[in-house]
Design a protein around this ligand. Structure first.
Ligand code: FES
Ligand code: FES
Length: 175
């Protein structure tokens, strides 16, 4: 590959030099974009601390992607969303606010991975809501593999459930 690799990060167009094609996406985020919110831990696709959200097409739903094990070449033409995309200077995103209010994390190292996996989950629920009774199973699929060394996961799950419930059938707001 000799051409630059073009994609979007947090809705901003970026391009990677061809020489960075094999670089792990997380390294590109840290070293080329100064986006250090995504955390590196195991580096082998197990802990999910490095999860970012990705979208293949303009209006497609978000998926979760492990940035430690995804080369830059694999995200050509895609949109990448990192924890820096959430919230604003004025207000946290609902998931961030719920994590805070629920005392979901301690050291917080795993939080960006939980946030972005849950953000991708919400994008699916908004597009295709499931019955509220299935929400726990859906949450297990989307964030059940994210590891946390500090907490017992219960407060993370409670916070995510609180934010996601309105997007389920029979779980809150009219859709
Ligand atoms: S750093 Fe552990 S899965 Fe990526
Ligand atoms: S809060 Fe410390 S690793 Fe999860």
């Amino acid at each position: 590959m000799t051409q630059p690799i073009r994609f979007h990060i947090n809705d901003k167009p970026v391009q990677a030099e061809a020489g960075d094609a094999d670089m792990a996406l997380i390294d590109f985020l840290h070293e080329r974009q100064d986006l250090t919110g995504t955390k590196f831990c195991c580096g082998i696709g197990v802990c999910r601390a490095c999860t970012v959200a990705t979208r293949e097409k303009g209006d497609g739903v978000l998926e979760k992607t492990l940035s430690c094990s995804t080369p830059v070449s694999a995200v050509e033409n895609m949109s990448i969303y990192t924890v820096e995309s959430l919230g604003s200077e004025q207000a946290l995103a609902p998931l961030q606010q719920a994590f805070l209010e629920n005392f979901s994390f301690q050291c917080g190292y795993c939080a960006p991975g939980f946030l972005m996996a849950a953000t991708a989950m919400l994008s699916h629920l908004k597009r295709a809501p499931v019955p509220a009774s299935q929400l726990d199973a859906v949450m297990e699929t989307w964030v059940g593999g994210n590891l946390c060394r500090c907490t017992g996961y219960v407060r993370y799950m409670e916070a995510i459930r609180k934010v996601a419930l309105p997007y389920t059938l029979g779980g809150g707001v009219a859709l």
